[in-house]
Design a binder for this molecule. Structure first.
Ligand code: ZN
Length: 335
């Protein structure tokens, strides 16, 4: 059974105090909302630190505790980064050998597990209890969730914002064939749209994380619509596809956010159950465990923000999920 710590003022204020990034400016008093249900949503969302810069305590405490399968971060990769070989395999054995070689090239502890094929019957996605807004179902608003209902040992990697544009990271993910989903904010990606175009061509779906990454509940419906629907336009114009997935900055939203998102074609609002940093993990659940179907959050960040690179962070992520018997699957395959 899952236990979600809700309306815990200590956790909420500690989380807010720990933010050094944009979240530090978000108004905490807005938590007193008139809309039923939003209080719980905002407080729970504050538990996990999405988008904030330093580490923020999860429900269990200030830092990652000893966890089975946790591996210490190794030294950064050598200056010459490996080039992935051309990928055309004649047999399953050859593909397997390539995966082993890629894992070795990127100095992983083990070979990432191969995910099962996409489910023939998609799971029914519903809003997580405590994350609803007033009239959620009646208005047909997109579901807000932190995990995908599945018994398969898979997790889903999602990467937010877009500040760091590390070409080595693109090569690594391509070489290892690890799927992920990007949630992009225009003010960060506009300096290099081409980087995310390369990401898209390697099979990554580019999704919506607003134009300017604001704290949405402080904005009017119209302003939220500009932030969310404006980003729909940017992605469609630049990359030729209108996103179906939207993630609110910091995981904070209210009913207007979901109404605005729905008005421009958003079908799903995935949040996350764990967040991985370059040097630790944070958990939403009290027992600090990964579960089948969990959505994992991380960010496009590099040495300017944390003590390591994107590949360092991916190494930490993959070493843990592989050691615990999880494969990384594509979120869109389950929606
Ligand atoms: Zn963000």
């Amino acid at each position: 059974m899952r236990l979600v710590v809700q309306n815990d003022k200590n956790i909420g204020s500690r989380a807010a105090a720990g933010h050094r990034g944009p979240a530090a400016r978000r108004p905490r008093t807005v938590l007193r909302s008139r809309v039923h249900g939003v209080l719980a949503v905002l407080t729970v969302a504050a538990i996990a630190s999405g988008c904030a810069q330093g580490g923020v305590a999860g429900p269990g405490g200030a830092a990652e505790g000893p966890t089975p399968g946790r591996h210490p971060l190794k030294a950064p990769p050598p200056a010459a980064t490996p080039e992935p070989p051309a990928r055309k395999f004649r047999s399953a054995q050859e593909a397997r050998a390539a995966r082993i070689a890629a894992a070795r090239r990127w100095r992983l502890d083990g070979v990432p597990l191969t995910p099962p094929p996409p489910p023939a019957k998609k799971p029914r996605i519903t809003t997580r209890k405590g994350f609803e807004v007033a009239g959620h179902e009646e208005l047909g608003l997109p579901p807000v969730f932190t995990t995908i209902p599945t018994k398969q040992r898979v997790v889903f990697l999602t990467i937010d914002d877009g500040a760091e544009k590390d070409p080595t990271f693109l090569r690594m993910m391509d070489d290892l064939q690890v799927p992920y989903t990007a949630f992009l904010s225009n003010y960060l990606i506009k300096e290099d749209y081409g980087y995310f175009g390369r990401m898209q061509r390697s099979g990554v779906v580019l999704n919506n994380h607003t134009l300017h990454h604001p704290y949405l509940p402080a904005l009017s419906f119209r302003r939220q619509q500009i932030e969310i629907c404006g980003m729909q336009e940017v992605i469609e114009e630049r990359y030729g596809k209108r996103p179906l997935l939207f993630r609110p900055p910091f995981g904070n939203y209210n009913r207007d956010s979901l109404r605005a998102a729905k008005s421009c074609g958003i079908k799903y609002v995935p949040l996350w159950n764990e967040e991985v940093f370059v040097d630790h993990w944070d958990y939403r659940e009290w027992d600090r465990k990964i579960r089948p179907g969990d959505i994992v959050l991380t960010h496009f960040r590099g040495r300017d923000d944390w003590k390591g690179t994107m590949p360092d962070m991916i190494r930490r992520f993959l070493n843990k999920v592989t050691a615990e018997g999880y494969a990384v699957a594509r979120l869109e395959d389950y929606l």
